[in-house]
Every structure is written in structure tokens, then in C-alpha cells.
Design a protein around this ligand. Structure first.
Ligand SMILES: [Zn+2]
Length: 123
């Protein structure tokens, strides 16, 4: 991978990272808002018809935040690989990941074959 291509992906990864960080902020604000709303209501969930809704909101916001944080970790890892020169190399088979795939999914660590291999043991 040449310097121009590396630069292209660095820009791409950093743009995605900025977007995700904005998403983390939004999710954290949502969790804060739910926490505040909860503090205002009595802790009697069983007789409070709003209690169930609140819990559902909470798990949705938490799930959202977890997903964003996971993606963020993937992007950080991809940026680190850009730095040490292993970016774009499949962690499964060691071959180069096609640029078309990286353009669609810049944080991809595996080629399509490895990523979709059903037999491969996952940790
Ligand atoms: Zn592979």
C-alpha cells in the first residue's frame, strides 16, 4: 500500500472516528437524561407503568453506546495498523485486503473469505 492510499484511509478512518465520537456523546447524554428522569420517579417499578418503558430506553441507549464504543476500538486498531504498516493485511490469512473492501469498511481486519468463513474459530 503506497503513501497516498495510506493517507486516503487515514483521513477516512479519522472522519469515521469523529462521527462516532459525536455518537458517543449523544448516547451518553441520552443515558444521563434517562438517569435524571429515573431519579425523579419513585423506585417502585412494579406499580409504575412508566418503569418498563424506562428500562427499555435504558437498554437501548446502553446497547447503542456499546456498539459505538466497539466500532471506535476497531477504528483505533485500524489507525494503529496504519501506523505500523500492517493495515490492509488480512489477520486471518495474511493476504492483502482488496481496496474496494477497505473503502466500504475501512476498519476491516480480514478479507471477505476469512470474515465469512463459518468454520473459523472466533474468540
Ligand atoms: Zn484472509
Amino acid at each position: 500500500m503506497d503513501a497516498t492510499t495510506r493517507h486516503e484511509f487515514r483521513v477516512l478512518l479519522q472522519a469515521q472516528r469523529d462521527e462516532l465520537l459525536a455518537g458517543v456523546g449523544a448516547s451518553e447524554r441520552l443515558l444521563d437524561a434517562i438517569r435524571e428522569a429515573r431519579a425523579d420517579t419513585p423506585a417502585d417499578d412494579e406499580h409504575d407503568p412508566e418503569g418498563g418503558t424506562m428500562s427499555a430506553e435504558w437498554s437501548r441507549a446502553e446497547g447503542l453506546l456499546e456498539g459505538v464504543q466497539r466500532e471506535l476500538a476497531e477504528l483505533d486498531a485500524a489507525l494503529a495498523r496504519l501506523g505500523d504498516g500492517t493495515y490492509g493485511v488480512c489477520t486471518g490469512c495474511g493476504s492483502a485486503i482488496p481496496l474496494e473492501r477497505l473503502r466500504v469498511r475501512p476498519a476491516a481486519q480480514e478479507c471477505v473469505a476469512c470474515a465469512s468463513a463459518p468454520s473459523r474459530a472466533r474468540r
